[in-house]
Ligand binder design. Structure first.
Ligand SMILES: Nc1ncnc2c1ncn2[C@@H]1O[C@H](COP(=O)(O)OP(=O)(O)O)[C@@H](O)[C@H]1O
Ligand SMILES: [Mg+2]
Length: 229
């Protein structure tokens, strides 16, 4: 479960302070399929990066599965991400020179997992996203949708309970985007907490919780609306 309270994020550029997140509070329950929506520049990526510990809040509290991670340093976050969080990006972020299998296995290298077990787990991950027959292909030999599947398999290797995706369908055609969304939806049904930053109303519509951000504020949180009824 993700709980953030009064999160503020300031960036300072040329001694001018810009408040990008201005008191964000929400809860995303375990196993939720959640969307973060809002106009370009509203702070969605900043928020997602804070949820994944890639960026740190200026102020506010963050509880991840009941643990206060607000003051984690980069090393603590690296450790936490290894166990708890998988990331998926709009531009896939695969290593061009590595096969699909080796891309998926890469996080396991950093975790000191032996090669044979890495291979088994990577192949299982590729099967899970329907790419068992493409393990020796390099990214350039795969379609965009297939590359994003590889990236999802990589995010899932080691079985983290939380998956954070920044515009995961943004570089894909409509039909392929919906296929990727369906994979993410199924993962949430299997108990993963999945948070998707998206521009697409169609993607948001499939998500049970939609958090709308504007100018660093939350303007809607459908889960809170549900709970008030
Ligand atoms: N590292 C940074 N330094 C300074 N300003 C930043 C940085 N990252 C993002 N911003 C600013 O914060 C605002 C929100 O950015 P972002 O979170 O990327 O928005 P979104 O993902 O909703 O388009 C933008 O105005 C952007 O210019
Ligand atoms: Mg963004």
């Amino acid at each position: 479960m993700i709980q953030i309270t009064n999160v503020i994020k300031d960036y300072t550029l040329a001694s001018q302070v810009y408040r990008v997140l201005n008191g964000i509070t929400f809860t995303i329950p375990e196993g939720m399929l959640a969307a973060i929506v809002g106009p370009s520049g509203s702070g969605k990526t900043t928020l997602l990066n804070i949820l994944g510990g890639l960026d740190s809040p200026t102020a506010g509290e963050y509880l991840l599965n009941g643990r206060d991670v607000s003051h984690f340093d980069p090393d603590e976050w690296a450790h936490e991400r290894n166990h708890t969080i998988g990331f998926v990006f709009q531009s896939f972020q695969l290593i061009p020179s590595l096969s699909a299998r080796d891309n998926v296995a890469l996080p396991l290298v950093y975790r000191g997992v032996p090669a044979r077990i890495r291979r088994i787990q990577a192949d299982e991950g590729l099967e899970r996203v329907g790419l068992g027959h493409r393990k020796h292909h390099r990214p350039a030999q795969l379609s965009g949708g297939q590359q994003q599947r590889v990236a999802i398999a990589r995010a899932l290797v080691g079985d983290p309970p939380v998956l954070l995706a920044d515009e995961p369908t943004g570089n894909l055609d409509h039909a392929t985007g919906l296929e990727i969304l369906e994979i993410l939806r199924q993962l949430s049904e299997q108990g993963k907490t999945v948070v998707i930053v998206t521009h697409s109303a169609e993607v948001a519509q499939v998500c049970r919780q939609v958090i709308e951000v504007q100018d660093g504020h939350i303007v809607t949180n459908t889960l809170e609306m549900e709970q008030k009824v």
